[in-house]
Design a protein. Structure first.
Length: 306
């Protein structure tokens, strides 16, 4: 007996408003359903969207349409050398994420739009002008890379690596050669400037804007911020600093210890690995489906504001 073949993700190129092509993948069900949500996955800084493919496939098998994409200068959205290439955190959110939000509305008209944001991807979710269309938002370890919020025991080592060495190497090379050094993907110099500037909020970064000009307040979604206790970036202070920008949404902060799921360590990047399909992914799935946590969800609520 031949089983039906599951559709493979489609590749796409979507122009941002400045004409730069944003590349990514779409997991699309054959039959259109106006009630089926489409989930956009926002990557962490300098992490390729392919890192989230298994999670995207998981959501697809549970009934969602899914879009993954790379920010300009990364992965599917890179074309040529990054030396002298202009890109910033603001470009990644205001231009690139906004382009994908508009694409979701055009490609899946009338369907609910949800977002999953990892690390900077949670910040990007608040920078799109069309943010009001987001129904539900799940963030994982999402914060601004503010050094005083780093986990205390490793704070100075992290400050040296990310706020001293990374910008120095970038100044020498004209971009950050992350792949060669084994530090994530190659990264545009403007993004490194935003990341490494030692100020607490988004508006203090080189490409940031005044608080009154930021579109975070347009996001009225039900927001679940997931953090892991051994994530040196995602401390309670760091997670809640970003959540403070989403004042119009219903915000819940769930903090999970690795021991809560039978692990010794999880950290900042492992949530989206398939080994956690049965222990962590159902948390995000339940929120995207119902906008609430199941009674047996591991971890504890640190903050719950409506």
């Amino acid at each position: 007996m031949n089983l039906p073949t599951r559709p493979q993700p489609e590749t796409f190129s979507e122009p941002a408003t400045d004409g730069h092509l944003i590349g990514g993948f779409t997991w699309r069900h054959i039959r259109t359903d106006i009630e089926r949500p489409v989930v956009i996955i926002n990557a962490a800084t300098s992490v390729r969207c392919r890192h989230y493919s298994r999670f995207a496939d998981y959501l697809f098998t549970h009934g969602f349409d899914v879009i993954t994409y790379d920010y300009r200068g990364i992965g599917e959205s890179r074309s040529g050398s990054l030396r002298g290439f202009k890109a910033s955190w603001s470009d990644w959110g205001v231009l690139d994420f906004e382009a994908i939000l508009q694409r979701a509305q055009r490609e899946f008209p009338g369907q609910p739009i949800d977002v999953v944001g990892h690390s900077f991807g949670g910040c990007a979710a608040g920078l799109g002008a069309s943010g009001a269309v987001i129904r539900r938002l799940v963030t994982v370890g999402a914060q601004f890379a503010y050094w005083r919020d780093y986990e205390a025991s490793g704070r100075w080592w992290m400050f040296g690596k990310w706020h001293v060495v990374m910008p120095l190497v970038t100044a020498l090379c004209g971009y950050f050669p992350g792949k060669r050094l084994g530090w994530l993907e190659d990264t545009p110099a403007g993004v490194v400037r935003d990341w490494s500037t030692p100020t607490p909020g988004y508006e203090g970064r080189p490409s940031g804007r005044a608080l009154g000009e930021l579109p975070f307040s347009r996001v009225k979604a039900q927001i679940l911020a997931i953090s892991i206790t051994d994530d040196p970036f995602g401390t309670v202070a760091a997670i809640e600093r970003l959540l403070g920008y989403f004042k119009a949404g219903e915000r819940t902060h769930l903090r999970i210890a690795p021991q809560d799921i039978g692990e010794e360590a999880v950290g900042h990047f492992a949530f989206f690995r398939s080994q956690y399909q049965d222990r962590l992914w159902p948390i995000a799935l339940a929120w995207l489906r119902q906008g609430e946590l199941a009674a047996d969800t591991p971890g504890r609520r640190v903050m719950d504001r409506t």
